[in-house]
Ligand binder design. Structure first.
Ligand code: AMP
Length: 267
């Protein structure tokens, strides 16, 4: 492990872009590599796995906590999204993170803010079709964070798969000098992918939600057994989820991992 801070030391907490940029530049000037883990807070073991990976690969790790209003639709949960900042900072101190960037909405989007990153067709399909403007908001904040916190590497979770696709495409298209590292999905013992929003689920909803990981696991088993027909694999997931009460399927898709185009055969 390449940690340069003493574990349990308090991380430095910075709220302004200018201070954050100065801190990162000083680290890099001193020859240290920097890893960035962008988050919306309400930290759990999934976030901590990204931090751990950054600490393995970089000399210092910066975590941003910002609930980005631009990526929430008008009827989404921006106002009730959990914001347990004190608990988050304790977790980051215990993890030995060097810097936490916690900007205000005004710091990120001052009066007159007007420019956005358009993810193109990749941002309009699948999740993007149900959440218009979501990936535009994601890419705009991610690009701003890359500028404010010019790290060597940035760490993202595979749980938000389409997010990883649009971020990687932006980095390639705009020649951004940062390496994107995608980390595996961390799940609870029962299979549910860890998510800050799981706090919204009551016990029956949580039980129903398990059908998603169950369906994915069944499809994975079928694939391992030789099934290559994408429609059959997708249907297996769809049927597994459909057996649970209270769930409404928006999309289940077997896609090319770069273009997000639907596949007929999985190779
Ligand atoms: P969020 O705070 O939900 O915006 O997530 C911040 C980062 O953590 C994103 O790159 C997510 O994909 C990643 N992440 C969230 N949950 C998990 C998980 N269960 N396993 C791995 N990464 C995750």
């Amino acid at each position: 492990m390449n940690r340069s801070a003493v574990t349990n030391a308090c991380p430095r907490i910075i709220a302004t872009a200018a201070e954050a940029l100065a801190w990162i530049r000083a680290q890099r000037h001193a020859g240290k590599s920097v890893g960035l883990v962008p988050t919306m807070g309400a930290l759990h073991t999934g976030h901590l796995s990204l931090i751990e990976r950054s600490q393995q690969e970089c000399d210092c790790t910066v975590v941003s906590i910002f609930v980005n209003p631009m990526q929430f639709g008008p009827h989404e949960d921006f106002n009730k999204y959990p914001r347990p900042l004190t608990a988050d900072l304790e977790k980051l101190a215990a993890a030995g993170v060097e810097l936490v960037f916690v900007p205000t909405v005004d710091e990120m989007y001052p009066a007159g803010f007007n420019t956005h990153v358009d993810p193109g067709a990749l941002g309009q399909t699948w999740e993007g079709a149900f959440r218009p403007g979501h990936f535009r908001g994601v890419l705009t904040i991610v690009l701003k964070l890359f500028e404010m916190l010019p790290a060597d590497r940035a760490y993202f979770g595979q749980k938000d798969f389409q997010q990883t696709v649009v971020v990687r495409q932006m980095v390639a298209d705009l020649n951004l000098p940062i390496e994107i590292v995608i980390c595996p999905t961390i799940r609870d013992n029962d299979g549910l992918a860890l998510s800050s929003r799981n706090a919204f689920l009551d016990a029956p909803q949580r039980k129903s939600a398990l059908s998603i990981s169950r369906g994915l696991r069944l499809a994975k088993e079928q694939f391992a057994a030789g099934q290559r027909d994408a429609a059959q694999l997708g249907e297996l997931v769809r049927q597994t989820i459909a057996t649970e009460p209270g769930l409404e399927i928006q999309y289940v898709a077997v896609v090319d991992p770069i273009s997000l185009a639907e596949l007929s055969q999985v190779t």
